[in-house]
Design a binder for this molecule. Structure first.
Ligand SMILES: Nc1nc2c(ncn2[C@@H]2O[C@H](COP(=O)(O)OP(=O)(O)OP(=O)(O)O)[C@@H](O)[C@H]2O)c(=O)[nH]1
Length: 326
């Protein structure tokens, strides 16, 4: 279909769901899609579903209308929370219409749960699910799938996200050797089936037309998986918030991160570093830290949120204490 024409003329608001494991690059892909919206003059609405009590990423969406669903998805309350957020959104868009809606699930969300909400009344009459875009971290997928280095829950979730995705984005190819990439593609195709489109990319740079393509037809919605399947509990998922952070030494921080248990899968937040007055956004995914200065006008308190499956809060707090007292 002609995507531009479809979005402009559609009576229902088109919805894109971004799914994918913790740190795979969902926000990166979303920012890329938002840039395209801007070029096309489309007004987007965004629903972010975050683990943990604080959203440390909303500053990335400066000029956009962002609805936050914090603490989501640890259990099935995601659906009630999402409905509440959608209700707010519906009343808000009567005053401020939007052309397209993005829903970014947490890294441990099963996209079917989101899909199911969109299929119930009154949302079904107002929104049209266009695509579930599943982002896969090419640099870590094989490790996450390995029986030795990850929990069964992680492996199950990764598979579900691939099966439910209508477009697969194999991200972070910049840090993966081509041989590994080939092997990876084969593995993913085995789970996804031959006719699902897999786009390889770095930093979410997939051609917008491919991202915005309608890939879910009503036929698929009618044949959706049974409800029991969609209600998958992620009881072992935990987000730990480290607050009142002092100014940190970068080298010690790197060592601390390296020594964290493997069950810590993701970190994000804001930190201050020795030798500079700047505030940095802190990202930790697939065992790699990325820091980026943020403007002081943001005025956020330093905080680190660690997310993992089966992480022991006491163990983390003890090692954190060591980091800040060394
Ligand atoms: N090397 C590399 N890093 C990337 C790429 N895409 C994203 N990143 C980095 O990976 C980290 C996580 O990216 P996000 O887009 O925040 O991932 P996410 O899936 O939204 O993360 P959660 O919402 O926590 O699950 C950030 O530090 C990104 O800059 C890529 O293609 N290559």
């Amino acid at each position: 279909m002609n995507v531009e024409k479809g979005i402009k003329t559609s009576k229902k608001i088109p919805v894109y769901v971004l799914s994918g494991f913790l740190g795979s690059g969902k926000t990166t892909v979303l920012l890329h899609m938002l840039q395209y919206c801007k070029q096309q003059g489309w007004k987007p609405g965004i629903i972010l579903n975050e683990l943990g009590e604080a959203n440390v990423e909303s500053h990335l969406f400066e000029n956009e209308k962002v609805y936050e669903l914090l603490n989501g998805c640890i259990c099935c309350t995601i659906q009630d929370d999402l409905k509440e957020t959608m209700d707010d959104l519906i009343s808000e868009i009567e005053r401020q219409p939007i052309d397209v809606l993005f829903i970014e699930g947490t890294g441990v969300a099963n996209p079917l749960e989101i899909q199911e909400v969109l299929l119930t009344s009154p949302y079904l009459d107002k929104f049209k699910l266009m695509s579930i875009i599943t982002v896969i971290d090419a640099s870590h997928y094989l490790e996450y799938q390995s029986v030795f280095s990850s929990s069964g829950e992680v492996r199950h979730l990764l598979k579900e996200q691939i099966v439910c995705g209508s477009l697969l984005v194999l991200n972070k190819t910049d840090i993966v050797p081509s041989e590994k990439l080939k092997k990876l593609r084969q593995k993913i195709m085995k789970i996804a089936g031959d006719n699902k489109m897999i786009m390889e990319c770095a930093y979410g740079q997939v051609t917008p037309k491919i991202l915005f393509e309608q890939r879910i037809q009503s036929i698929l919605l009618d044949n959706r998986l049974p409800v029991e399947h969609a209600h998958h509990h992620h009881s072992g998922v935990k987000a730990i918030k480290l607050e009142d952070l002092p100014v940190l030494n970068q080298r010690k921080l790197e060592i601390w991160l390296k020594e964290l248990p493997d069950s810590v899968l993701r970190g994000k937040g804001f930190i201050k570093l020795e030798g500079t007055n700047d505030l940095f956004s802190f990202q930790y995914a697939a065992k790699k830290m990325a820091l980026a200065p943020v403007p002081p006008s943001l005025a956020r308190e330093p905080v680190i949120i660690l997310i993992g499956i089966g992480i022991e809060e006491i163990q983390i707090q003890q090692s954190y204490k060591k980091l800040i007292t060394q």
